[in-house]
Design a protein around this ligand. Structure first.
Ligand SMILES: [Zn+2]
Length: 338
């Protein structure tokens, strides 16, 4: 069954979602694209209870929440605010900070904007997504402040920055989909599972000459065609970059983290990596992410505040970050009800 249309621009949005009732009706259409069907008795007629965001079966009286399974479930924030937030998150190419969203939507509390954005971000990971395939470049990078006195590009001891593994498809002369994950180190024991999680077996994997990609537990042993490229071999061939597509993803990622978010705390970095990957992989059809962000037509469990934060902070006390990345540290707001 076809998915309901999504807004492509502000004019679309205003036409589709003039008010709260229109948002509620849209949730119903997303839940039952072929028309209402009572989950208990199968009856095909219902009336809406808009204030409680419920549809009630006209035959048996069974009530179905149209927000169940979406990011809006059990929140008191108007649906229209959620819809606008999802719209701007997809329409605005680099995304938004909570402060920007608060100002754009005229929200009284920063905490509300912050929590909305984090719930939308949670929908950016699709557990069933297809692995990368074809020809894939891989590399790792440190995200965080430059430090003096470290030996070697991959030294971990004493380093405050976090290591991130990156993989990107090479399609013709351009880049396809990408993946990025925080990884504890650059050993074969860490890199191999990262590769298996993200790249389809049988693909061709391009990397630099790093030891963690080679040997008994290396990429080739996993069932990939591995083409390691050493700086030396490339200098001879007269080419500049060993894995140019991976390096382009990495420089885009770093610029985005600093430009849009002014850096992020270490414990939130994985969430921002997911957002980066989501945007990168949809960069040609960004608005198609509108429904995904709201959790429509998917089966994401609603995210609680505790899940967003990892654990609840003491009320009114900004939580101190764990490991510092050296990037801007963002303090958590006090729990807010949305
Ligand atoms: Zn019924």
């Amino acid at each position: 069954m076809p998915r309901p249309p999504y807004p492509h621009n502000v004019a679309d949005f205003n036409r589709m979602f003039p008010d709260e009732d229109a948002c509620l009706a849209y949730l119903g259409v997303c839940r039952w694209p072929d028309g209402f069907r009572c989950p208990r008795c199968g009856h095909d007629a219902a009336f809406a209870l808009p204030r409680r965001r419920l549809w009630q079966c006209k035959s048996c009286g069974h009530q179905t929440s149209v927000t169940a399974g979406t990011v809006m479930h059990r929140t008191r924030t108007p649906l229209l605010i959620w819809f606008w937030a999802a719209f701007w998150m997809t329409a605005h190419k680099p995304g938004l900070s909570a402060l920007q969203l608060q100002h754009m939507l005229g929200l009284a509390r920063y905490e509300t904007a912050w929590l909305i954005l984090h719930k939308l971000r949670r929908a950016m990971v699709d557990a069933n997504r297809e692995p990368l395939k074809g020809t894939v470049e891989i590399d790792e990078t440190f995200i965080g402040r430059e430090q003096l006195g470290l030996r070697g590009g991959r030294q971990l001891a004493g380093r405050k920055a976090l290591l991130v593994g990156v993989a990107v498809e090479v399609r013709g002369g351009g880049s396809g989909r990408c993946r990025a994950e925080v990884i504890p180190d650059a050993t074969a024991a860490t890199l191999s599972p990262f590769i298996v999680r993200n790249i389809a077996l049988g693909s061709t994997v391009l990397s630099d000459g790093h030891r963690g990609y080679q040997g008994r537990d290396g990429v080739a042993a996993l069932g990939y065609i591995h083409l390691p490229r050493t700086q030396e071999s490339f200098r001879k061939a007269g080419t500049e970059d060993v894995v140019p597509h991976a390096h382009r993803v990495i420089s885009n990622l770093k610029a985005w983290l600093l430009g849009t978010h002014r850096g992020v705390g270490a414990d939130q970095l994985p969430v921002y990596l997911d957002e980066f990957v989501f945007r990168w992989n949809r960069r040609r059809t960004p608005m198609a992410g509108f429904q995904t962000l709201l959790g429509l037509g998917t089966h994401h469990e609603p995210t609680t505040y505790d899940e967003v934060l990892g654990r609840p902070p003491a009320a009114g006390v900004p939580r101190t970050r764990g490991r510092k990345t050296g990037l801007t540290r963002i303090s958590h707001p006090a729990p807010a009800s949305t």
